[in-house]
Design a protein around this ligand. Structure first.
Ligand code: ADP
Length: 194
């Protein structure tokens, strides 16, 4: 199963991706996670993307696309994968298509979690408050001003990616405003797994 999970920041992609990879025993590729790890280990890529990630902007297409395509060739992705946070621009979607064609692969599904902007902002404020209350470090980009920038980047750059897949007959929409279990059940239905 090769799946792309689309959705705005805070839409629940990470939570649902974890469940999906658990059920289907496939790999989870989260570009946000990969980039944050590179930043905290101080790798050359990490250092080059730190400022843009922490300010809520988008990392250049070539950088993210080459990270993802390299990972997709890894044996751990042989039995399938969930892409979470990629593609985020039309350029990345085209790079993914070209890479998949070279590997003789095709995406099985593209699922978008749909959540309204006011609920997204509510969720992100709550996530930061909870982390603060528990003494857990807060993501550098989880504050209302930076979140607004991430949401704007999403609307400008990533919303068109939905149309890209809709036009190819691949897109399935799932209501991401239900509780996580209900969202998970709907995602499974969208994948033809229930
Ligand atoms: P969220 O979906 O909640 O915004 P992510 O963990 O997916 O969080 O991404 C965090 C940040 O990492 C983004 O705001 C962006 O700076 C960077 N990033 C992640 N994936 C990509 C991508 N595909 N293209 C460009 N930048 C990315």
């Amino acid at each position: 199963m090769r799946l792309v999970l689309l959705g705005a920041p805070g839409s629940g992609k990470g939570t649902q991706a974890e469940r999906i990879v658990g059920w289907l025993r496939i790999a989870h590729l989260s570009t946000g996670h990969i980039l944050r790890e590179a930043i905290s280990s101080g790798t050359p890529i990490g250092l080059s993307v730190q400022a843009v990630v922490e300010s809520g902007g988008l990392v250049p297409d070539e950088v993210v696309s080459s990270i993802v395509l390299e990972r997709l060739a890894d044996p751990s992705c042989q039995s399938g994968y969930v892409l979470d946070g990629f593609p985020r621009t039309i350029g990345q979607a085209q790079a993914l298509d070209a890479g998949l064609m070279q590997m003789g692969q095709e995406l099985d599904h593209v699922v978008e979690l749909v959540v309204s902007p006011d609920i997204l902002i509510e969720r992100i404020v709550r996530r930061a408050d909870q982390a603060r209350a528990m003494g857990i470090p807060i993501r550098a980009d989880d504050n209302p001003a930076t979140f607004k920038k991430r949401l704007d980047a999403y609307l400008a750059e990533t919303a068109p990616v939905s149309d890209y897949y809709r036009n190819r007959g691949k897109l399935r929409l799932v209501d991401g405003m239900q509780d996580p279990d209900a969202v998970a059940r709907e995602v499974l239905r969208a994948l033809g797994k229930s």
